[in-house]
Structures are given as C-alpha cells and as structure tokens.
Ligand binder design. Structure first.
Ligand code: ZN
Length: 392
C-alpha cells in the first residue's frame, strides 16, 4: 500500500536557499495556472484541458518538468473538486482563485535519486539545453520501501513529505459484523456493533487542546491588532502565531490518530467488515442556516475536525479490509427506535416514555447503523455492552 511519511533533512545553507526558491517558483506556476485557465475560459467559453495547460506551462519555469506538471495536476484537481462541490449545492465553495507566494514542490519518478546513505538528489531539470546541478539534501529517517514521490513542505521549517509503497498487501474484504459510528461533540467517537458491543472514545484532551489553541490565538491576535500591519512587532506576533498553530496542530493530529487507531483495533476484534459513519456534512450545513443560535454549535462541530477523522478512519480501515460508508444522520439523535417518537436529548442518556433508554451517543450510533442496514430507524434487539476509552 502507498503510505506517507514526514522526513526531516540536512542541507547546506546554499541548498536550503535553492529549496525555498523552488517553492516560490512552484507558486509562480500555480499563479500562472490561474491566469491561463481564466483567460482560456474567457476566450473559448470552455474549460482548459489538461494537455493544453501542460503545453502552455512547459519549459517556462525554473523547475524539473515533472515538478511543473505536478502543480498543473493539483490545480486541475482543485478545480474539479470545486466543480463537484458546487454541483452538490455547496454555496460557499469557489473555484481556485487565490494567488500564492509559496507552493509545495513535488518530485516524481525521474525527478529524484536516492542513495543508500540517505543522500537525496532533487533534479532541477534541463534549462537552455543544459542539465542543472540537482539540489542535494541528507535525510536520516527515510522509509523502507519503494519511494514514489517527494514533496517539499514547510511547517516551521522545511521537511519532505515522502510517499512510498510499503510492500504490505492490504487485507481482503471478508463479510462480517456491521458497525454504526456517531462522531459527537462531547465524545470523539461512539460506535455500536450489531452484536451489541459498543465503544465510546472520549476526546476531552482533543477538546482541551482546541480550546487552548483558540484562546491563545485570540490573545495573539488582540496584541497584533494594536500594531501597524507589517511592522517589526507585528511580524513577531505573526511568527508566534504560526509557531503556536503548528505546534497545537501536531498535538491534535496525534490525538486524532490515537483515537482512530483505537477504534480500528476494536473493529478488528469484533470481526467487523462494514463501518457506517454518520455524515456530519449535513449537520454543518444545517447549523449554518440557523444563524445566531447555532454559532456555538457550529464552533463545537468544527472542533471535531470531522474531515480529518473521516480521512484517518477510511485509510486505517482499508488496511484491514474493512469498508467504510457514509450515512445521512438526520433524525438519528432524536428518534426513538422503538416507538419512533422524536425528542431532543439534553442529558447524557436518551430516555423515551416507552421505556427505551440508551447512552445518547450509542443511541446515535445504533440509529445510524439501522439506517444503513434497513434504510430507516429500527430497534436492534440486543443488549448493549459498553466500553470506554479515554485518550490520555
Ligand atoms: Zn420510545
């Protein structure tokens, strides 16, 4: 399977400068893609094709030809994803329009050479008929396996995002248990398996991290607003802000990785083959509509970085041959699966006048599973066995 790894490296000052120049040059490619595509559309009233875009950018930049192409591909991908989102009715989505000062440079296939001692040569291609001297860096923690791509990224310092084939076969899908997952506000993740086993992973740590992050961010921004934009003091605060965001981002990512890993391990133990996850996109769109009262709610939801959790889960489950699908989760938190009455839950437990009761998050996960399997909300006639996991 293809995996990704963050790789740190050493390079001379001169080579580091050249690397920074690469990312500035890649930004120029991106900006040129924006310009070309716009002009093409205005002139021809249709979209610029991949081959046309490649033809018009080829050889015009101080980068390896495949590195230029990689930016074009990313531009086209961004354009197409926006198109899909707009078609689905997302009103806030825009086509790529923002000019950039820095953009990650990618080296693929013939664009790089790796030596056994960790030396990496990043090709700069041929200019004016002459092959330019490659950029040389030294990495110590390169992954084992066949390296496919190297991307030059920046997060408080340069690093390489290396994608590689790890040589591991992914497990085959084998029909087994089904699980419903509810991504909640108070808990990261609640799951209910049709065999009655339920798991709650509490993410109070994640929430604390987020809160702290927002608080610090507000503080820096308050101080910054008193300075003149672009002044020395302003820039100092800007750096502090970036440092804080990068650090807390890493902590959050760690916590999310831990939570999702724990969930996947649990799935394997239950012999799960299918995971149905409540689609929170609908939730977010609804809260946006309701304006004032839901602002707090919207903040809560965004705290949970749903997109990230979903992406982590999908990837990790796939490795174990488990399928993941999204389910429209509307009414799953309110509806009683026994008598179908609807009510809002305010406490930790969902209690219905008909006698049904359940932990509110497991209740949600149960109903999501039912929607996935039966197409509507029904009761699974099995007692729940709860397991709690706290992310330290
Ligand atoms: Zn009921």
């Amino acid at each position: 399977m293809i995996r990704a790894k963050k790789v740190y490296f050493h390079a001379s000052k001169a080579e580091q400068d050249r690397l920074f120049a690469c990312n500035r040059e890649s930004a120029r490619v991106w900006n040129e893609c924006l310009r070309l595509a716009k002009n093409f559309y205005l002139e021809h009233k249709k979209w610029m094709s991949k081959s046309e875009l490649q033809k018009q950018t080829k050889g015009k930049f101080h980068l390896h030809s495949q590195s230029i192409q990689a930016v074009c591909h990313k531009y086209l991908f961004a354009r197409d994803s926006s198109h899909q989102a707009i078609k689905k009715g997302h009103t806030t989505t825009r086509y790529p329009y923002k000019k950039k000062n820095h953009y990650n440079t990618k080296w693929v296939k013939d664009g790089f050479k790796i030596h056994p001692n960790g030396k990496i040569e990043l090709s700069m291609g041929i200019h004016n008929g002459k092959r330019e001297k490659p950029i040389v860096v030294h990495a110590s923690n390169l992954p084992q396996g066949h390296i496919k791509e190297i991307e030059l990224c920046y997060d408080n310092g340069l690093y390489l995002a290396v994608s590689f084939e790890d040589g591991q076969e992914k497990k085959e899908y084998q029909s087994g248990q089904a699980v419903g997952v509810d991504l909640g506000e108070i808990h990261t993740l609640a799951a209910f398996c049709e065999n009655g086993q339920a798991l709650i992973i509490t993410g109070r740590k994640i929430r604390t991290l987020h809160r702290l992050r927002n608080k610090k961010l507000a503080e820096i921004q308050r101080l910054q607003s008193k300075c003149k934009k672009g002044s020395r003091q302003w820039k100092k605060y800007q750096r502090a802000k970036q440092y804080m965001l990068s650090k807390s981002g890493k902590q959050l990512q760690d916590a999310l990785h831990k939570a999702t890993r724990n969930f996947v391990e649990w799935c394997v133990k239950q012999a799960v083959s299918d995971v149905y996850i409540g689609n929170p996109e609908g939730v977010q769109r609804n809260t946006r509509k309701k304006k004032k009262t839901s602002r707090k709610q919207a903040q809560k939801l965004s705290n949970w970085s749903f997109g990230k959790v979903k992406a982590y889960l999908k990837y990790k489950l796939m490795q174990d041959g488990i399928h993941m699908q999204e389910v429209d989760e509307s009414y799953t938190s309110q509806t009683c699966p026994v008598c179908k009455k609807k009510k809002k839950v305010s406490s930790r437990n969902y209690v219905c006048s008909c006698g049904y009761q359940e932990h509110r998050d497991i209740h949600g996960a149960r109903n999501i599973l039912s929607k996935a399997i039966y197409g509507d909300i029904r009761h699974f006639d099995v007692p729940t066995t709860q397991k709690y996991l706290r992310i330290a």
